[in-house]
Design a protein around this ligand. Structure first.
Ligand code: HEM
Length: 264
């Protein structure tokens, strides 16, 4: 979507792992092994990831300024104006960074988390394989169950009372999506994974003004992925315990061992 060369995709994977998985020793590769796992190692890893990513996108911005492209998101951002003013270099870099991080870490962990939960619930997986028209509602349930983003934060702008608790202007507040997506007042039997759940008003994509810009695109990605995966490897199953990402922001699966019969 961002028109990056395919040879750079592994770099984007490495850098998004560093930024969003900075607390996980596996991605603290610039730190001597004995010092990994500390808060300082996490901060340094995130900073290295940020700095390398920003330097990378600064070069892409230069390239596009010299040679604007048709139907290209980065060129579009460069040419965009808000109230007659072009975006600043900082805004442009932040936007590229946001799109790469938001579009990558979330969908791939929804896919691996979705495959994991389907394999852990063989009766639901069998139901889906028998009737792939259930895929749309299965994807909503995967999003509710996995909640790939753990939380977003807000700052309260005016005093308000919510369910007997007073929040003061300036208070910081964290919205925990896995919790809200298991709210027993909203979801019948919330700890049951049910690919036919209706209604399913989960908040995996957030709520309000900052509702996920890529939600439609993300659902499409998940749909194509599961359609193809189950068409080609219908007997795919777990072959060992998943290794989870150490993070309180992304509900990540780092390694998901699977077994399947290869295509003929
Ligand atoms: C399963 C996949 C995804 C999940 C679970 C997810 C989740 C979220 C959440 C929870 C927010 C809300 C942020 C807030 O309230 O502060 C958000 C915002 C956002 N998402 Fe996603 N996202 C996904 C996929 C994508 C994709 C594929 C893209 C882009 C291609 C994307 C781009 C964005 C952007 C740009 C925002 C910021 C919107 C704003 O601040 O106005 N997301 N996403």
């Amino acid at each position: 979507m961002m028109g990056l060369e395919q040879k750079d995709w592994p770099l984007m994977f490495e850098l998004t792992n560093k930024v969003l998985g900075s607390g996980d020793p596996e991605y603290q590769t610039d730190i001597p092994e004995a010092e990994r796992g500390t808060g300082a190692a996490a901060r340094l890893t995130a900073m290295t990831g940020f700095a390398t990513m920003f330097a990378y996108f600064r070069e892409r911005l230069e390239e596009r300024r010299a040679n604007p492209r048709e139907n290209d998101l980065i060129t579009l951002l460069l040419e965009s104006e808000i109230d007659g003013e072009k975006l600043s270099e900082g805004d442009l870099l932040a936007f590229c960074f946001l799109l790469i991080v938001a579009g990558n870490e979330t969908t791939r962990n929804a896919i691996s988390g979705g495959l994991q939960v389907l394999c852990e619930h063989p009766e639901e997986k069998a139901k889906l394989l028998k009737d792939m028209s259930l895929l749309d509602s299965a994807i909503e349930e995967i999003l509710r169950w996995v909640s790939p983003v753990h939380h977003m934060a807000r700052t309260v702008t005016a005093d308000v009372e919510i369910r007997g608790k007073t929040l003061k202007a300036g208070d910081r507040l964290i919205m925990w999506y896995p919790s809200v997506n298991r709210d027993e007042e909203m979801f019948v039997d919330p700890y049951r994974f049910d690919i036919t759940r209706t209604p399913n008003d989960h908040l995996a994509f957030g709520i309000g003004e900052h509702f996920c810009l890529g939600s439609g695109f993300a659902k499409k990605e998940l749909k194509v992925m599961f359609q193809e995966l189950f068409r080609r490897f219908p007997d795919i199953d777990l072959a060992g315990p998943p290794e989870r990402l150490r993070s309180n922001f992304i509900n990540g699966v780092k390694h998901l061992p699977v077994k399947f019969t290869p295509e003929r």
